[in-house]
Design a binder for this molecule. Structure first.
Ligand SMILES: *[C@@H]1O[C@H](CO)[C@@H](O)[C@H](O)[C@H]1NC(C)=O
Ligand SMILES: *[C@@H]1O[C@H](CO)[C@@H](O)[C@H](O)[C@H]1NC(C)=O
Length: 444
């Protein structure tokens, strides 16, 4: 599968390389505030680079080593930025406080939390900042209040790449909360009718929707000990038939047959299932074990690992069966519990398994978990991350995929190509897709 994706994308790129002659206009470093949407870049220059050169351009900033800047005052969490360690940081002149021998009497003061502007400006673009400003202006206009109309017009154009897009999350409540918070950031309310079913958040002005299908793990039957007594369907096959399918009309995006992006993840439900199974059904190698922690707080057995990996593969193929093999699919890496302990060994096993499945099935990895791990105070309970710096980060990471699939190119914190400036017949997603899929196995 992975092979098919990789080779078809390469062929496409090489064909594009061979048959197109394009004048490359560099937009340079003009930041978005004054970005004239009408300025036309013929098309992202990426298509005209051979694959080896694309490897330098196809860099996901969120996957680089970097520093997650979180404002000291949690109320200002909208300033949360990921600062990738680019060359300019490494090659910057030594800060004065590293002088040796240190001349002063007191030790150097290293308490300044602020990132210097020249590195801060290389952080990936905060789409949430624009969206939140846009939402305020839209509200003010709708309520007949005084507002900056030209700015609203500008943002309408600037964010037009989001228009008519559908993102489908097939995941658990961790992502559902991120979707709910996404709506809250824009003074909107997500629709969550019943837990563990389907839910959505729509930005009416942009006709943009994030939809959530609650995945209850990859278990293949509904045992009578299932801990959610009210959950009738457990398997994704059954949940699809009985619950998800009827929402197809709402999740299908611009191409009329698939969401514009599918984000998936499953781990916490599987972990609880695996942990509880032998407590409820003493069986096999575990039948003589009555120490709870050995049943529950442990790695996956090899058989459980094979089960998880295979069921996930079946799940992705099911998704492709519904939406098409070319569906843009992103795996969201698994976060540990608030307090990392031996339960999380299973989560780590599953995350590593998910990465190889993603790689083989042509899915990319949104590695949010790598940046969240350790921020225990940002959890609202033992499994859910709260609204704040980590949800803001999540939302910006998610929007960076939508920007990219719409044709946007960002490099070193600069918007190099705005999707609305030129529409191509080529699928912009494929420009870097094979590079990212190849890298899906590099972490962890
Ligand atoms: C909203 O987006 C959906 C999905 O792309 C599309 O089918 C629908 O026509 C759009 N509605 C409007 C009013 O543009
Ligand atoms: C999608 O991929 C699967 C697995 O490679 C293949 O069996 C199937 O025929 C493909 N479907 C289409 C419509 O191409």
């Amino acid at each position: 599968m992975g092979g098919i994706f990789v080779s078809s994308a390469r062929t496409l790129l090489l064909l594009a390389f061979a048959s197109t002659s394009v004048v490359v206009v560099t937009v340079g470093s003009s930041l978005f505030v004054n970005y004239p949407v009408s300025d036309c870049v013929p098309f992202s220059s990426l298509f005209n680079k051979p694959p080896t050169l694309r490897d330098e351009t196809c860099v996901d900033p969120y996957k680089l080593p970097g520093y997650l800047y979180t404002p000291p005052d949690n109320d200002n969490y909208q300033l949360t930025s990921y600062i990738p360690f680019y060359d300019s940081l490494y090659d910057a002149s030594d800060p004065s406080f590293t002088t040796y021998p240190w001349p002063g009497k007191s030790s150097p003061d290293l308490s300044d939390p602020h990132v210097e502007p020249e590195f801060l400006k290389m952080a990936p673009h905060s789409w949430m900042t624009d969206l939140a400003e846009h939402a305020k202006l839209v509200d003010a206009a709708a309520n007949g209040q005084d507002h900056d109309a030209p700015r609203l017009q500008h943002l309408d154009k600037y964010l037009a790449w989001m228009r008519n897009k559908r993102v489908l999350m097939i995941a658990d409540s961790v992502d559902r909360y991120m979707m709910v918070y996404f709506c809250q950031e824009l003074s909107l309310t997500a629709t969550v009718k019943a837990r563990h079913t389907t839910a959505w958040c729509t930005i009416p002005h942009l006709n943009f929707t994030i939809y959530h299908w609650h995945l209850a793990g990859y278990y293949n039957y509904r045992p009578n000990w299932w801990w959610q007594a009210t959950m009738e369907q457990v398997t994704f096959e059954d949940r699809y038939e009985k619950m998800f399918k009827r929402t197809l009309g709402d999740v299908v995006g611009e191409n009329g047959r698939a969401p514009d992006l599918v984000l998936y993840q499953s781990g916490l439900w599987d972990q609880v299932t695996f942990a509880q199974k032998y407590a409820h059904e003493p069986d096999g190698e575990f039948s003589s074990l009555n120490e709870q922690n050995k049943l529950m707080d442990r790695q996956l057995t090899w058989a459980e690992l094979r089960f998880y990996m295979t069921r996930q593969k079946q799940f992705i193929r099911h998704v492709k069966g519904v939406f098409g093999n070319d569906t843009r699919i992103v795996y969201r890496s698994l976060i540990p519990h608030q307090q990392l302990d031996e339960r999380d060994l299973m989560i780590m096993n599953m995350d590593r398994a998910s990465r190889i499945v993603a790689h083989k099935e042509g899915a990319e990895v949104m590695d949010w978990a790598r940046l969240v791990a350790g921020f225990s105070s940002q959890y609202k309970d033992h499994v859910h991350v709260d609204k704040g710096p980590m949800s803001w980060l999540y939302q910006n990471m998610l929007m960076s995929y939508v920007f990219r699939l719409a044709g946007g190119v960002e490099h070193l914190g600069v918007i190099e190509h705005h999707p609305m400036s030129y529409q191509s017949d080529l699928d912009p997603w494929l420009e870097c897709h094979d590079v990212y899929v190849a890298k899906a196995v590099e972490n962890r």
